[in-house]
Design a protein around this ligand. Structure first.
Ligand SMILES: [Zn+2]
Length: 265
């Protein structure tokens, strides 16, 4: 990582087609403002393109994995393992459980593929980038269950594997369980325009929080309605500091340090 890096977006998708027309300009916007980034794969194609981007840029790293809603097709774990060994691949994922977009009969297949990602993470000694999303009601006790609690149950069998819950949107009880187990959570630009997550942002220790955009999705205020991009992670970081009533500079430094340690950057 170059010395000019001040911030980090630990979860974005600049590898997606949304950036085909101006990807290098978007990367330069981030570079100019001292923003490093981790580019996240969601299937074999985007995992491959994430690795390619990471090889081309000093301050870009990659994750490889298959998103739970993309895991209806069989996953080629041998090919994934070959990608996972690349030195700029810093995590396995995004993988996990998505009960929001899924039918109840798809859940057991999702759990199986999730567990295979955990086994891969353990094998290559890299952490997990988790996508976990509850059903329509947060903290749902509906028939489909609570995705966070189900994920924690599966992870329990693999105590040596570290994990970050990206775009954390569970309950305070879920957060407490995640923190107690030593995992981390990351927040997106959503926290810039709703106070729904304030209690969560305040409740987690700063050492177990990371910053992300999930671009091109969920742009922060004041960029709502536009395409999101990694440089906007600065808005998320400012909001974390504001919500926690802590100094911006100290929060930015700590969030970067958390990512450096977690992903071994
Ligand atoms: Zn994502």
């Amino acid at each position: 990582m170059s010395k000019t890096v001040t911030y980090i977006d630990i979860h974005g998708h600049v590898n997606f087609p949304n950036f085909d027309a101006d990807r290098e300009a978007v990367i330069q916007n981030a570079e100019r403002d001292g923003v490093a980034m981790i580019t996240v794969g969601t299937d074999m194609n985007t995992s491959t393109s994430a690795v390619q981007l990471a090889t081309l840029h000093e301050n870009i790293w990659a994750t490889v994995g298959v998103h739970p809603t993309d895991s209806k097709e069989p996953v080629d774990f041998e090919a994934l393992e070959r990608l996972a060994g690349h030195p700029k691949v810093v995590a396995i994922g995004e993988c996990g459980l998505d009960y929001f977009h899924s039918k109840i009969e798809e859940i057991s297949g999702q759990k199986d593929i999730f567990e295979k990602h955990i086994v891969l993470a353990q094998k290559v000694g890299k952490p997990l980038m988790l996508h976990v999303r509850n059903g329509k009601t947060a903290g749902s006790t509906s028939e489909i269950g609570n995705a966070y609690q189900d994920a924690l149950k599966i992870l329990k069998e693999y105590p040596n594997v570290k994990a970050n819950f990206h775009f954390f949107a569970g309950t305070l009880a879920d957060l407490k369980d995640i923190i107690a187990r030593g995992y981390s959570v990351s927040f997106t630009g959503v926290i810039t325009f709703t106070s729904d997550y304030d209690e969560l942002v305040r409740s987690a220790p700063l050492s177990q929080i990371m910053s992300e955009t999930d671009c091109p999705f969920v742009p922060p205020a004041p960029y709502r309605g536009k395409r999101n991009e990694p440089v906007y992670v600065i808005e998320t970081i400012k909001s974390i500091a504001r919500i926690r009533n802590e100094a911006e500079g100290i929060v930015a430094e700590k969030l970067l340090d958390n990512a450096k340690k977690f992903f071994k950057l």
